[in-house]
Ligand binder design. Structure first.
Ligand code: ATP
Length: 259
């Protein structure tokens, strides 16, 4: 019998207020190894705020975020800052909508992949370069571009490089904020294909925030729908999209069908 996949992430009643705005209101869920959770919802519903609390970027006002470390879960926000800064780079990767927010534009493509590997302890130049070349190939960037700075890459190439940079350290948990947003449709389709392939190959746990129901359907095993900071519906992706229960989810799904 196949062993049960273990939990990589457990969020329990995560809340974040900005002034009087409850950007994120008592959100709980868990995520297993190899699983992809999609988060959809209208603009301002708290998706990015939740992601930033999970990524260790902003502390929640209440609730806990626990992430797998070796064979147990550690409470991200109960750690002291130095321990959190040591823990995060090798465990969690955040992929931004705008690749420029996740890349170092002033260093080479190879350097962008090698940098997080070095932060994780990699020292040998030859093996760092070999890993960088391997990852460029995985994300369909020609190896002859290894010394080019991402500044001169197209938007789609920059996004693929950001993904290579984010995954090369083999994080357990990958958080993606609109990874295909801002790209034209054919580039989006290729990128989605690549993401599906990598998620399957690497067995990583992924949370993907998206406005796009098509992206959610293609990538996510489970779906969470947010409105006004709360989770209003969740379940298997096909179940939620084919038989939505909450009126907002029904509206979301029907608006896509009409396009
Ligand atoms: N740094 C901040 N300061 C004050 N308010 C904020 C801040 N960040 C987010 N908010 C507010 O929190 C709420 C949720 O914002 P958030 O960016 O998480 O939504 P979202 O669902 O990701 O939206 P979008 O899909 O448009 O990116 C919004 O009302 C937003 O104005």
């Amino acid at each position: 019998m196949k062993p049960r996949a273990r939990d990589i992430l457990r969020a329990d009643r995560v809340s974040k207020l900005f002034g009087r705005i409850p950007a994120c209101n008592s959100v709980s869920f868990s995520l297993r190894e190899g699983e992809v959770l999609g988060i959809v919802g209208e603009s301002g519903s708290g998706k990015s705020t939740l992601l930033r609390c999970l990524a260790g970027r902003i502390p929640p006002d209440a609730g806990t975020v626990r992430i797998a470390s070796d064979d147990h879960l550690v409470d991200l926000w109960a750690m002291d800052e130095a321990s959190r800064e040591q823990f995060l780079p090798t465990t969690v990767s955040l992929i931004h909508q705008n690749p420029r927010d996740g890349l170092r534009l002033d260093i080479s493509a190879g350097g962008n992949i090698a940098e997080p590997l070095m932060a994780a302890g990699g020292r040998h130049y030859g093996s760092l370069r070999a890993t960088a070349l391997e990852w460029l190939e995985k994300v369909d960037i020609e190896s002859r571009r290894v010394d080019d700075p991402p500044e001169i890459f197209s938007g789609g190439m920059q996004q693929r490089l950001q993904i290579a940079r984010g995954l090369a350290t083999h994080p357990r948990l990958v958080l993606m904020d609109e990874p295909t947003g801002g790209l034209d449709v054919s580039v989006q389709a290729k990128l989605l294909d690549l993401l599906r392939r990598l998620v399957h190959e690497l067995g990583i746990a992924v949370v993907v925030v998206t406005h796009d129901i098509g992206v959610a359907r293609l990538l996510a095993d489970r779906l969470m729908v947010m409105q006004h900071g709360r989770v209003i519906e969740e379940g298997l992706t096909d179940q939620v999209l084919d038989d939505p229960h909450h009126p907002y989810t029904q509206l979301l799904v029907s608006s896509v069908l009409q396009v």
